[in-house]
Design a protein around this ligand. Structure first.
Ligand code: IMP
Ligand code: MG
Length: 178
């Protein structure tokens, strides 16, 4: 285990097993549709890669956006888009793939953006959900794991750009950010 991790919350094996379940559910829900999976960089990168292994729909495509509303361990509420979708999404079904829903501000903004661009439907698939921290009314249809209100890292999640490479999700030791 990495020396800065106080405990492992979700193991690599649990992530794989849950991606298989979510993939099967999504495949069923979107069969016959033209669905675009939009991964939010950088955090969703490992989750997106694992998840789509278990989804095989003829009309599916993968795309990415890079947005941020976060720095260090504090959430600010402005959405900055540093990589936008380079395509028309009017009439398409969108599944936003994210690492974690915390306050919900990021996904509220991204969801609104896609609806404004004329998407037929917009759903959220998140690896982790911190329900206790929610500040806005946003619902993720597909959730990998519920996590407590602790700062978590690994499997895409970072603290100041570090720890994204860890194959599991763990709690960051307080001494590392205090
Ligand atoms: P929200 O807008 O507050 O929902 O924030 C979502 C973003 O905050 C996520 O995409 C993460 O990048 C970041 N974030 C929130 N909680 C954590 C955490 O515990 N560890 C790492 N990043 C986090
Ligand atoms: Mg993120």
């Amino acid at each position: 285990m990495n020396k800065d991790v106080s405990k492992v919350l979700v193991t690599a094996e649990q992530i794989t097993a849950r991606c298989k379940e979510l993939g099967a559910q999504i495949e069923k829900d979107y069969e016959g549709k033209k669905v675009v999976f939009v991964g939010l960089l950088k955090g969703s990168m490992p989750f997106m890669s694992e998840l789509v292994k278990y989804i095989d729909i003829e009309g599916m495509e993968l795309d990415y956006m890079k947005v941020s509303s976060y720095s260090g361990t504090k959430t600010s509420h402005n959405l900055k888009i540093s990589l936008d979708l380079n395509r028309d999404i009017e009439g398409l079904d969108i599944v936003i793939v994210e690492d974690i829903v915390d306050t919900g501000f990021t996904l509220q903004s991204v969801t609104k953006l896609m609806k404004d661009k004329g998407a037929n439907s917009v759903e959220i698939c998140t690896l982790l959900n911190k329900e206790e921290r929610r500040e806005v009314d946003i619902h993720a249809k597909y959730v990998g794991f519920e996590v407590p209100d602790e700062f978590v890292i690994g499997f895409g999640l970072d603290f100041d750009e570090k720890y994204r490479q860890l194959p599991y999700v763990g709690v960051l030791k307080e001494e590392c950010y205090k």
